[in-house]
Design a protein around this ligand. Structure first.
Ligand code: ZN
Length: 264
């Protein structure tokens, strides 16, 4: 009996919960439907943006939106070319600049991006913004928030969690979302695994190249981050992120692939 149930669960997971990450091709666990997840994400984002304060520097805020839209458009073109545009159904892209000294940027599921003004000196211009934007947009495209919640779901609830996965238990989905976001600590920020962070670096590098930004800037960006943070990892780029040295080495190895997509 148990084995039969288990088999049904595994087969259901195979159809419902297994997804492929575009660009890297990695298989991931994705148990929560975007119909459930995205309204929670959008609600949380709205709260953060309303609390602000948003930057009053219109030129900088406009640059964040411009870079975001160029990278979003590059992603949408890639998805259309590969006949996977349906994966972006329900996304509502938004790119805002918050006034804060924090060296930080983040992205909520469904394409809700926030930059803090504190990261702009390290970006040192539009190309540097594209490095961070590519990385953040990649978190949304690769469904890292959903993956993290799905892993939490299996770890905590095992087979019984399938109800939530199939949309029968929205309240449980909300609890998982709040746990993943880490309510009360860093509002609006999902904490991702190191593997997810490396994957976002990879996808982000390709995206910025597709959007017309020189991907070799990513190496320079991380050198500047290293110099300015004195070896410490700031915020979104915190503990689970690869060390700066590893990161620079990984990005250099990925540059030839990214350069193939780069049309200045
Ligand atoms: Zn990240």
């Amino acid at each position: 009996m148990f084995r039969k149930q288990y088999l049904v669960w595994v087969i259901t997971l195979f159809f419902v919960g297994c997804s492929t990450v575009p660009i890297t091709g990695r298989k991931q666990l994705k148990l929560i439907s975007n119909n459930e997840l995205l309204p929670l994400s959008f609600g949380q984002y709205k709260e953060v943006i309303e609390a602000g304060p948003l930057s009053t520097n219109q030129e900088q805020a406009e640059m964040i939106r411009r870079v975001g839209n160029k990278i979003k458009s590059a992603a949408e073109k890639y998805y259309a070319d590969h006949h996977i545009s349906s994966k972006l159904s329900g996304y509502q892209w938004e790119f805002n600049l918050i006034e804060s000294e924090q060296v930080n940027a983040w992205c909520m599921p469904g394409g809700k991006v926030a930059f803090y003004t504190g990261i702009l000196p390290i970006c040192a211009g539009e190309n540097g913004v594209a490095v961070v934007m590519g990385h953040e947009v990649a978190h949304a495209l690769a469904n890292h928030g959903n993956e993290r919640m799905s892993q939490g779901m299996v770890a905590q609830f095992g087979m019984n969690s399938l109800g939530a996965a199939l949309g029968e238990n929205p309240s449980q989905t909300k609890v998982l979302f709040q746990q993943a976001v880490g309510m009360g600590t860093q509002v609006g920020m999902l904490k991702f695994s190191r593997g997810n962070e490396s994957e976002s670096d990879h996808i982000g590098l390709i995206l910025m190249a597709m959007a017309g930004y020189d991907p070799s800037e990513a190496v320079e960006f991380w050198k500047r981050m290293d110099a300015l943070s004195g070896g410490k990892q700031p915020m979104e780029f915190l503990s689970t992120h690869p060390s700066h040295d590893t990161r620079v080495a990984d990005l250099k190895a990925l540059l030839p692939e990214a350069m193939k997509h780069y049309k200045p």
